[in-house]
Design a protein around this ligand. Structure first.
Ligand code: 4NP
Length: 160
């Protein structure tokens, strides 16, 4: 059976994309789809390769019932554009960097993650790294909402 592969991308791969990875993976697991949907995350930068998620992201996620402890930072690689079906950027800057690196044959796989959101206030997941704790809660709620939309989309378009 064909698998659907989703890659979440931010700058560092220690705050936003690991949060999306953990949240979407739990939704996929709870829906009994872990054999059909493959979830991963990566950073456009190589600054945090091998590093665990930021403690503030891990804590916000843990409080809401998501475990990020097994995740480690990695950088987006050329093969990712071939291998994944969805490559979802957290903000416009990440999307720009992905567009620069992606071969034209795969550029249809790139979009903003919040394109799958039910709200219209936020188009990007704001970078929480230099802000206060509230930024991490906002990231989590935006990610939870867009993850539900993404799973619905994948169910309809890729798994039906
Ligand atoms: P992320 O957040 O892109 O959501 O993982 C950041 C993490 C680290 C840095 C910037 C943003 N940094 O400058 O090291």
């Amino acid at each position: 059976m064909k698998k659907v592969k989703v890659l979440f991308v931010c700058l560092g791969n220690i705050c936003r994309s690991p949060t999306a990875h953990g949240v979407f993976q739990k939704l996929v697991n709870d829906a009994g789809l872990s054999e059909r949907v493959v979830v991963d995350s990566a950073g456009t930068s190589g600054w945090h390769i091998g590093a665990p998620p930021d403690k503030r992201s891990a804590a916000a996620a843990r409080q809401a019932g998501y475990d990020l402890s097994t995740l480690r930072g990695r950088q987006v690689a050329a093969e990712d554009f071939e291998s994944f079906d969805y490559v979802l950027a957290m903000d416009e800057s990440n999307l720009f960097d992905l567009q620069e690196a992606c071969p034209p044959a795969h550029s249809h796989k790139l979009s903003l993650f919040l394109d799958f959101s039910s709200q219209e206030t936020w188009r990007e997941v704001p970078d929480p790294y230099y802000g206060d704790g509230d930024g991490f809660k906002l990231v989590l709620s935006l990610v939870e909402d867009a993850s539900r939309g993404l799973l619905k989309h994948v169910n309809r378009n890729d798994l039906a």
